[in-house]
Design a protein around this ligand. Structure first.
Ligand SMILES: Cc1ncc(C[n+]2csc(CCOP(=O)(O)OP(=O)(O)O)c2C)c(N)n1
Length: 656
């Protein structure tokens, strides 16, 4: 046994004050609820797993006793106690774990993904800490006297995202309380094996107020929790409350490798057991009432039908109408800037975060220029913390703001993947529509500027197909102003906008290639179609974003030099994709070339070809252009590897 620290916790024998009885009842309700869950598992009535907080109930009860209904709680995998401390919705929680339609998340979330009016839990350790920070920031911006609370375990002190969040929460002085439930174990591992330093020193490192208590001294913990909450609320500053505790059950259902004698020692010290011994009659009366309610709730939950699936982003497949594309001559980056100004002016809830976006510097690509001066407090420079920026934006969006993040180079999106995939994109779906998440991540992608292996990539394909995440790629035939205006006005969930480094300084393309008409579909984010006016097309070129320029040069050359007539289809919304215009074109040409600047393997082109094949189109030729390697810093070499008009021409002529 690694736990060598001496355990000398005093115990509280009696509720000294009758007003504490409701809290004792609450703690017992949580315990009986979880015991019933374990029983349901043993009867084969539940699937998956549950993490019980038996032994730890007082941390949730104590913290929640100090909160206002508007305060928001962000919880973790061990969240039943946190939830029931806040909402005594036994039926909703039972039904949720049982996968029933009347569950709090319609059966989508299950035990680890709970939702309430001011409550969200998730099963990714530490991932909710930036979200809680963002929600706290929203309260501060809105001038409201509320706070957000994030519960984490001691094992979660190993997650880096926590420290990004603590740093920003402290720097921006947001009303955030981090509650560390220190039960000595992370699953099977004792914290002495994995944890250096202490929680207190971590708090000191970030200039955070720190206090501690224990669930054994639960009356004192009630006071400590109240102090911590009052501190955060009145001072509008973050704090950490460390609660020493112990879980009496296995990590999840039955996986317990701890010393049996150690567990037994804590069972004897357990505050509810101690109170029951000291107050047998009162305990039996409370227990009878609580157990009765538990039984009724299980029965009611069991009568509910199973949950139904409701996708967050339904298919947008449709045959669109087309109109002539018209665009004003304007530099791409100016159009983006104008869109941002319009966004700030028309939406007082818009907040923008990013690295180096403030002041005259205005972002690495100058899209934000003087916005921080024009909209003080709404355009915020951040530390280099991409994951936290996205998480904070989720929290802002959950709590009533419209959040916009600039990621300086698209390459750095890798650092945001967890926050986008496991958090932002999932929330609306796994909380069964009980939240909205208007947030936008905008970022430049693309090479051809000699920035080398980590600043030149087009990695958007890794973000295609994430349920709940819309992906849009701007091009030079449709005004960024219009695209962003649509997004700001009709945003229905997390959206990733891919800009292009090369396009920033270019003017939008206003003239049509000779012999071709340029049209836009009537999709919300229009697809551009460039079709011959004098003949039927023989080849379909599908591209997006910055590759449209190269494709257009190739279109002209193929006609002038090779007598080959192509049609270009350039979607702006990459996911979910309306593949109908592509399918319709390939049905005419039966030759398809997809062009992307990023990796082809399992990429956009592969998706397009699959869509075409699934539509039953017989392809005479299909080919993908892209680059599957690492982009070299040597500019000449880079240019010889990435797709260009020349390689498009070669690929197309190779089809004949
Ligand atoms: C990012 C992440 N890594 C690993 C896990 C698997 N896991 C679930 S709970 C847990 C232990 C967490 O320990 P701690 O933070 O101390 O909380 P406790 O379980 O003690 O309440 C682990 C490793 C996870 N859910 N998320």
């Amino acid at each position: 046994m690694l736990n060598t620290e001496k355990q000398t916790h005093p115990t509280t024998a009696e509720a000294s004050n009758p007003s504490l009885l409701p809290l004792i009842r609450k703690a017992l309700l949580i315990r009986r609820f979880e015991e019933r869950l374990l029983h349901l598992f043993s009867e084969g009535k539940l699937n998956g797993t549950v993490h019980t907080c038996v032994g730890q109930e007082w941390s949730g009860v104590a913290v929640n006793a100090s909160l206002l209904p508007q305060d928001i709680v962000f919880s973790n995998h061990r969240g039943h106690g946190h939830y029931l401390s806040r909402y005594e919705d036994l039926v909703g929680l039972f039904a949720e774990v049982m996968g029933r339609a009347i569950g709090i998340a319609g059966g989508m979330g299950g035990s680890q993904h709970l939702v309430g009016p001011s409550f969200y839990s998730n099963g990714i350790q530490g991932g909710m800490t930036p979200v809680a920070t963002g929600a706290a920031l929203a309260f501060k911006l809105q001038g409201l006297p509320y706070l957000s609370v994030a519960f984490i375990g001691d094992g979660t002190l190993g997650e880096g995202i926590l420290y990004e969040s603590l740093n920003i929460a402290s720097k921006w002085q947001v009303p955030l309380l981090i509650v560390v439930e220190n039960n000595d174990y992370a699953q099977s591992t004792n914290r002495l094996q994995t944890q250096s330093g202490s929680v207190e020193k971590r708090a000191a490192a970030f200039d955070l107020h720190y206090d501690h208590g224990s669930t054994w001294e639960w009356e004192d913990l009630l006071v400590k929790a109240q102090h911590a909450v009052d501190y955060v609320r009145s001072k509008q500053q973050p704090a950490i409350l460390e609660i020493k505790t112990y879980r009496l059950n296995a990590h999840s259902k039955g996986d317990d490798n701890r010393d049996v004698a150690e567990v037994e020692r804590y069972r004897q010290m357990d505050p509810l057991n101690v109170w029951a011994r000291a107050n047998p009659n009162a305990f039996v009366a409370i227990d009878r009432e609580v157990s009765q309610r538990i039984s009724e709730a299980v029965e009611e939950a069991d009568r509910s039908p199973l949950c139904e699936y409701r996708p967050a982003l339904p298919s947008i497949r449709r045959s669109p109408s087309w109109r002539t594309a018209t665009v004003e001559r304007e530099r791409h980056v100016d159009s983006i800037y104008r869109a941002l100004v319009d966004g700030f002016e028309s939406n007082p809830r818009l907040i923008m975060l990013g690295e180096d976006i403030e002041g005259a510097y205005g972002g690495a690509f100058k899209a934000t220029r003087d916005l921080s001066l024009r909209f003080p407090g709404r355009v915020r420079n951040t530390p280099i913390s991409e994951a936290a920026l996205v998480g904070i934006s989720s929290g802002l969006a959950l709590n009533g703001q419209l959040a916009l993040v600039e990621i300086m180079f698209g390459d750095f999106l890798t650092l945001t993947f967890d926050q986008l995939y496991q958090h932002a994109a999932k929330f609306q779906i796994m909380y069964n529509g009980r939240c909205s998440l208007p947030m936008i991540v905008r970022t430049p992608m693309g090479g051809r500027r000699g920035y080398g292996p980590t600043h030149s990539q087009s990695i958007e394909k890794f973000f295609l197909g994430i349920p709940g995440l819309k992906v849009i790629a701007l091009n030079n035939r449709y005004s960024p102003f219009q695209a962003y205006q649509t997004l700001f006005r009709s945003i229905d969930g997390p959206s990733l906008v891919i800009e292009n480094k090369i396009l920033y300084t270019r003017f939008l393309e206003t003239t049509s290639p000779d012999g071709f008409k340029v049209e836009c579909s009537d999709d919300l984010y229009p697809t551009v179609r460039i079709s011959p006016t004098f003949a039927d097309p023989e080849v379909t070129l599908v591209c997006y974003g910055g590759m449209l320029e190269e494709a257009e040069i190739a279109l002209n050359r193929l006609l002038d030099e090779h007598d080959i007539v192509c049609e270009i289809i350039c979607p702006m919304q990459l996911y979910p994709l309306n593949a109908d215009p592509i399918v319709a074109s390939v049905a005419k040409t039966s030759r398809l070339l997809t062009v992307e600047e990023g990796p082809m393997t399992a990429g956009f082109g592969a998706e397009v070809i699959s869509n075409t094949a699934e539509a039953g189109i017989l392809l005479r030729h299909a080919k993908r252009l892209g680059f599957d390697g690492v982009i070299p810093a040597c500019h000449a070499l880079e240019m010889s590897l990435l797709p260009t008009a020349a390689t498009i021409v070669d690929a197309v002529t190779g089809m004949f």
